[in-house]
Ligand binder design. Structure first.
Ligand SMILES: Cc1cc2nc3c(=O)[nH]c(=O)nc-3n(C[C@H](O)[C@H](O)[C@H](O)COP(=O)(O)O)c2cc1C
Length: 243
């Protein structure tokens, strides 16, 4: 008999130092096949056990000083979603006029949220008070608790992909409105507003790439050696071609 914990980590094999090939394959597959979903949500409800698994994956994210500063506010209420959506409309209008005219026209055509279509929305927060004011690792860099909640978002996003669920991150929202609508205490920061649900498809490429907004940068352009001034390109471009 394996324990519940062993089941989660793959029985005794879970303690292996190296992952067998199929585990590695699964991890990379979730990473490369994950997409930000806005247009492809289906109304089908998410089974409770699946929801529990993705939330547990999020809760197992790394966190500064093991502070676990996140909370996950599950939003199913149509009236609350509608209020959030109205704030999105205001925020997206404010954003549109900030782009150069030719980009503004493209921006206005993009679908950048699935708040009402997704059966569930999840607001991931960061409770900056959790376990008191002095946290290992946060003393010289106070933002580390915020980063920890972002790690939870990424775990949730990847676990959701493995479960066949799409996630869309909506950041075109005013934090003050999120705070008001969701009644967040002053010390709790809204980190991510996520739309989650089953999808008709996962696009092969980021939608912003397909829409001609921006391309994916070559890996070699973002790797530097021993400091900012020495980019190292060739080797990494070759490696990327193999992916
Ligand atoms: C912090 C963050 C905020 C984002 N905000 C939005 C958003 O408001 N609306 C949206 O449509 N996509 C949003 N996205 C999704 C990105 O546009 C998307 O991740 C990127 O285009 C790459 O596509 P992919 O996630 O499908 O690989 C956000 C992503 C991150 C990480």
């Amino acid at each position: 008999m394996t324990t519940q914990r062993e089941d989660r980590i793959g029985g005794a094999e879970g303690k292996l130092h190296e992952f067998p090939d199929e585990w590695k394959e699964g991890v990379y597959r979730a990473i490369y096949a994950r997409r930000d979903i806005r247009s492809q949500f289906k109304p089908d409800p998410i089974a409770e056990d699946v929801l529990a698994r993705i939330l547990r994956a999020a809760h197992h994210a790394p966190s500064v000083g093991f502070m676990q500063p996140w909370d996950f506010i599950l939003i199913r209420d149509v009236a609350i979603k509608q209020k959030i959506r109205e704030d999105f409309e205001r925020a997206t209008e404010e954003a549109a006029v900030k782009f150069a005219p030719e980009k503004e026209a493209v921006y206005r055509k993009l679908k950048l949220e699935g708040i009402r279509e997704a059966p569930i929305n999840i607001c991931v927060t960061c409770d900056r008070r959790r376990f008191g004011p002095v946290v290992i690792g946060r003393t010289s860099q106070p933002v580390m608790d915020l980063f920890s909640s972002v790690c939870a978002v990424q775990n949730l996003w990847l676990a959701a992909r493995a479960e066949g669920l799409g996630v869309g991150w909506v950041s075109i929202l005013h934090p003050r409105e999120l705070r008001r609508i969701l009644a967040l205490p002053a010390e709790v920061e809204p980190i991510a507003y996520l739309c989650v649900g089953h999808v008709t498809e996962f696009p092969d490429r980021p939608e912003l790439e397909s829409a001609g907004w921006l391309p994916r940068m070559p890996l070699g352009d973002v790797i530097r050696l021993d400091g900012w001034d020495t980019p190292i390109q060739n080797k990494w471009e070759e490696l990327e071609a193999e992916l």
